[in-house]
Design a protein around this ligand. Sequence first.
Ligand SMILES: Cc1cc2nc3c(=O)[nH]c(=O)nc-3n(C[C@H](O)[C@H](O)[C@H](O)COP(=O)(O)O)c2cc1C
Length: 358
Amino acid sequence: MTVNTSITTMVYPQVRREVEQVFENARPYMKPDCRVCRVCSGVNCRVIPTERSGTAERNYTQLQKVRILYDTIYEGGDGSEIDSGIELFGRRFRAPLMSAPFGHVKDFNPNTHFAGDYEFNKALLDGTADVGICGWTPDTLGEDVFTGPLDALKEHDGVGIPAIKSWPIKDIQEKIRLCDEAGVMAIGHDIDCVGLPYLSINGRGKTYPKSVEQIKETFSVTKTPFILKGIMSARGALKALEAGASGIVVSNHSGNTLDQGLATVEVLPEIKKAVGGRMKIFVDGGVRHGEDVFKMLALGADVVMIGRPYIIAAEGGEARGVALYSQKIIWELQNAMRMSGCRTLKDITSDHVVITKD
Ligand SMILES: Cc1cc2nc3c(=O)[nH]c(=O)nc-3n(C[C@H](O)[C@H](O)[C@H](O)COP(=O)(O)O)c2cc1C
């Protein structure tokens, strides 16, 4: 993966200023639902289809209760000592950070400036690749929402993760076949989509919960590792392990599927205890800065994903906006590592954070 050094070597204040401008540029395209709030905290978020956006808000507020402990007395070397790199499914990345999947752009962003899902996802994949990370691509109603982004993934030699929804098994298997043809590094399956209003009870599309046996059967047609997205308990994580998943995403779909759920950061430690070391643990929900990535890593995640701000970064600056935003997060993560005496990701343990009550 060749990184764009004009971005990866930019100093933080400059990157931050440019990201602010990108977010400002995005405003007209994000109307009417997203107001590009100064803090994307989920409070009164109209992008979330539940009436209260209570789960989304909790993701953010609970994560803010986790605080990082300083430790700058250690043998620091010359400043090049911090390594946030990670190896995943045979690929090396600069940081354990990915953009989350979003479908379908014209539906959630009626004023998008992107021609369609291919173009939107290309911006996300080009931008993340530019700074040495990668992203997920989506699935929802309509063929193009899946195949367009998959074409963009092919242009990146399959470095990224396409998500497939809980359709009838035969339909999922057809999409798995397309993923294998595209040579993707892993296949995602957002099993919690069954609560999305348009795919749920009386929804326009039909998705169904599946048993451990049904998930095993579904993925029996591929050797590509698969990751179940939408796990929110140790019980769920153990079932995913039993089904043969190589990883899970601790996620509540930013609260799109159920209001009044727990925050992802609240369930992460017990999930880590149940399946840590036996499968990769991804997490998303309310992560907004590199310091938040650090906290999630400390509490048990291997990889951290960011959702809504990436939509804004893409709308406001296309691939460059995505690259700048990603670089800002990576810098903040590396700085949190430097400030807490963690030279590599392995050093980031729960001893480096405190969960406060306020
Ligand atoms: C507009 C929108 C569309 C989404 N579409 C998908 C999707 O197609 N597949 C999926 O697995 N998750 C989807 N998600 C969930 C995100 O991938 C991710 O889990 C969530 O946004 C993370 O929370 P955050 O936005 O607080 O960072 C969507 C979320 C939003 C806000």
